[in-house]
Design a protein around this ligand. Sequence first.
Ligand SMILES: O=C(O)C(=O)Cc1ccccc1
Length: 269
Amino acid sequence: MKIGYFGPAGTFTEEAASQREGELVPYSTIPEVFEAVHSGEVDQGVVPIENSIEGSVGVTLDLLAHQYLLKIKGEIILPISHNLLINPDAELEDIEVVYSHYQPLSQCRLFLEKMGVRTQATRSTAAAAGMIKDNKWAGAIGTRRAAQLYGLKIAAEDIQDHENNMTRFVVIEQEDHAPTGKDKTSVVLCLSQDRPGGLYQILGEFAGEDINLTKIESRPSKEKLGSYIFFVDMEGHHKDLKIMKVINRVRSKVGYIKILGSYPQEGDD
Ligand SMILES: O=C(O)C(=O)Cc1ccccc1
């Protein structure tokens, strides 16, 4: 089993992917992971989808909604502890700029403001670590493993602005997942027209069948300002009769509804 992940080695996504059984294959960007799963180069992909401080990873939602028919077949929820990594010969007070993926830069915004440094977004945390190994004036936010891999020292640890920092990663693949009895389903939909009560009516259909919605998020449709699509997570499998009934019933009331996948719920066992 080949598992593509948002790399390179040393990213938080690698930590998530290493929970899966199989050969890990790193890709430099999230779209490259989607393309590798789509083409069959790898059997599954692991990508970040949302963080408890900074919210959704937009590119992942957009690729699921607009560009690929891949299915979410699992989720991995990891506690995220950010570290400030610097050259072994540098001192914290020498640091003028900090590099990292935009998500960690946002999750550590207050810490970075207190440091009084400039920030620069990079493709990933591990890419940032690889960039600074010969530079004594730059730091990177990343994993403990990235410090080992790229020969850096940890100048500060646990630097995120809020406790209980969690990131949700999804496992994507070409096929759908069979019901396990404790599943969740993710869909994306757009309204056929913007009118009062339009979204309420759609969500009411789920409530009418006693389906518990666990997440609703709007995201720009990219068609025009003020036009949105809606990502909805719910308990149950899309092959459950009550979910099938609702999806079929709302199909005539929405612009489109796309099942992104049904997969086992991660969480406290
Ligand atoms: O760059 C990484 O290490 C990632 O996995 C990206 C990321 C990091 C933290 C939260 C969400 C995404």
